[in-house]
Design a protein around this ligand. Structure first.
Ligand SMILES: Cc1ncc(COP(=O)(O)O)c(C=O)c1O
Ligand SMILES: *[C@@H]1O[C@H](CO)[C@@H](O)[C@H](O)[C@H]1NC(C)=O
Ligand SMILES: *[C@@H]1O[C@H](CO)[C@@H](O)[C@H](O)[C@H]1NC(C)=O
Ligand SMILES: *[C@@H]1O[C@H](CO)[C@@H](O)[C@H](O)[C@H]1NC(C)=O
Ligand SMILES: *[C@@H]1O[C@H](CO)[C@@H](O)[C@H](O)[C@H]1NC(C)=O
Ligand SMILES: *[C@@H]1O[C@H](CO)[C@@H](O)[C@H](O)[C@H]1NC(C)=O
Length: 427
């Protein structure tokens, strides 16, 4: 964006003015990359109680198979453990016999141990009066839709992509959404035909993430409708005079393949899994519309945060319009939290996070493939090694999903908890 550097300087000067009385702000020129350090001079007062409460609930032991939360179930005035699948009992230490692992879905909580190691750096405290306004005031002369996103967070997203080398962000617009799920619908709205007598056909390549169809049908829009599989359209050339919007999921859910557009027309690149723990990164993605999500990057699916990287200004404006009309922007509490998390994610150029996440996924795939190699009844997708620019070596992907293996009932799970975990890529 041409205004990008200007905005950064503007932000820094305001921040300095506000913060100087309380903090020492070691200033930086944001266009010329220097490190930021905000150090406190005050001793704690009102935040002590909240900090103590947060630490007390975090200290409740759930055997590593669950967590207690302040807003979770309370029993006798005390928060109690919420156990992960297959575990029960007051401290989640009881493995349920005959527990079936669901290979069809999951929750990306495999990074929880990493975030616990980073407790001091990744935690946020939200004051009772934090950002009560609908908007930020970063661009006071512009209308509200330009003031729904944290400029500082946008800066860190760009920085993250340049470290990981998985997307071009220079000269692109960025829009935040409530998870990438909200951005998928925003993208359909932004790309589809404006002529309702010839609605756009929304296409994806089998096997595809079923939500694309689900959202399109739910929308029931006059401007776009679900058209099915790209391959059947390619074979009868029928797209030549019909508007199409193609979802390209790369790596794909469920098979983990790095996909390319089949029809080469309007595309939405869903890059939810395009991170070094799931796939080798062959180079930066450079498409017109790319969508990423925190859910699969840091594992914080519950924070509901995603972002779109957009080349075209008109498409960007439509995205903003959608986000504004549908939801008046996303939670400011979430944006503060995501900023904290991304600062940790880019520490040491991403090495601690991606080493941990890659090794965890690889170990689970190793255990999975070794167990399945003994089975004649089950097989899963083939994986192909590829050079990863981030790790600078050839590696196998470790997809976040299993393909060709559904509803596996694993009675062996009885023997040890790790055997049970083998089948839980995410859990
Ligand atoms: C391919 C793909 N895209 C998007 C999403 C949605 O993720 P979120 O809304 O949490 O960003 C998922 C979730 O599983 C997914 O697998
Ligand atoms: C809308 O689509 C219809 C049917 O394809 C076409 O006849 C008409 O000219 C289009 N209108 C505009 C404004 O493009
Ligand atoms: C051909 O195009 C039509 C849309 O005109 C589509 O409904 C159909 O599935 C396509 N494929 C085949 C094999 O007919
Ligand atoms: C599709 O178009 C190509 C070239 O435009 C042509 O060679 C091919 O025969 C067409 N296929 C069908 C099924 O019409
Ligand atoms: C899934 O299984 C089918 C049938 O066994 C096979 O043809 C296909 O190649 C498999 N897909 C992958 C990605 O391994
Ligand atoms: C990548 O690895 C190769 C061979 O191991 C090495 O020669 C090269 O310098 C490395 N590149 C970077 C950017 O570290």
């Amino acid at each position: 964006m041409k205004t990008y550097c200007y905005r950064k300087r503007f932000l820094v000067s305001i921040t300095i003015n506000i913060l100087l009385c309380v903090y020492i702000y070691t200033g930086r020129d944001r266009c010329g990359e220097k490190n930021q350090e905000i150090s406190h001079q005050l001793s704690l007062s009102w935040s002590e109680k909240a900090a103590a409460e947060a630490e007390a609930v975090a200290a409740i032991s759930c055997s590593g198979h669950g967590r207690a939360f302040l807003e979770g179930l309370i029993y006798d005035g005390q928060p109690v453990c919420e156990c992960y699948d297959c575990y029960g009992g007051p401290d989640c230490s009881e493995l349920s016999p005959e527990c079936a692992a669901d290979a069809d879905g999951g929750d990306p909580i495999f990074l929880e141990p990493f975030w616990m190691q980073k407790a001091a750096d990744s935690s946020v405290l939200i004051p009772g009066w934090h950002r009560m306004s609908y908007k930020y005031n970063d661009h006071p002369l512009m209308s509200i839709e330009y003031n729904l996103m944290s400029t500082e967070l946008e800066y860190y997203i760009r920085k993250l992509h340049s470290i990981v080398g998985n997307a071009i962000t220079q000269g692109r617009y960025i829009v935040f959404g409530i998870g990438s799920s909200q951005l998928l619908t925003a993208a359909l709205y932004a790309l589809s035909s404006e002529n309702s007598s010839s609605p756009s056909n929304v296409l994806a390549t089998i096997p595809y993430y079923p939500v694309y169809k689900g959202q399109t049908v739910l929308f029931n829009s006059k401007n776009f409708e679900f058209g099915g599989d790209t391959n059947s359209w390619q074979s009868n050339n029928s797209t030549n005079n019909i508007d199409v919007v193609e979802f390209v999921t790369s790596p794909n859910n469920p098979d983990g393949e790095l996909k390319k557009s089949v029809l080469g027309r309007k595309t939405i690149y869903d890059h939810a899994y395009f991170w070094p723990h799931f796939t080798p990164i062959p180079g930066p993605s450079d498409h017109d519309l790319m969508i990423f999500t925190l859910s699969k990057l840091t594992g914080h699916a519950g924070a509901r945060f995603g972002w779109a990287i957009i080349k075209n200004k008109d498409v960007y404006e439509k995205f903003l319009n959608y986000i504004m009309m549908a939801d008046l922007g996303i939670s400011k509490d979430t944006q503060l939290r995501v900023l904290k998390l991304l600062k940790v994610a880019i520490e040491e150029n991403g090495k601690p996070l991606f080493d941990y996440s890659y090794n965890t996924m690889r170990d689970r795939w190793d255990r999975l493939t070794s167990v399945l190699s003994k089975s004649t009844r089950f097989s899963i997708q083939k994986r192909h090694p590829l050079h990863c620019n981030f790790f600078n070596e050839t590696r196998l992907p470790s997809p976040g999903n299993l393909f060709n293996l559904t509803k596996l009932i694993l009675y062996d799970c009885l023997t040890s908890y790790s055997a049970c975990y083998i089948f839980k890529i995410f859990k």
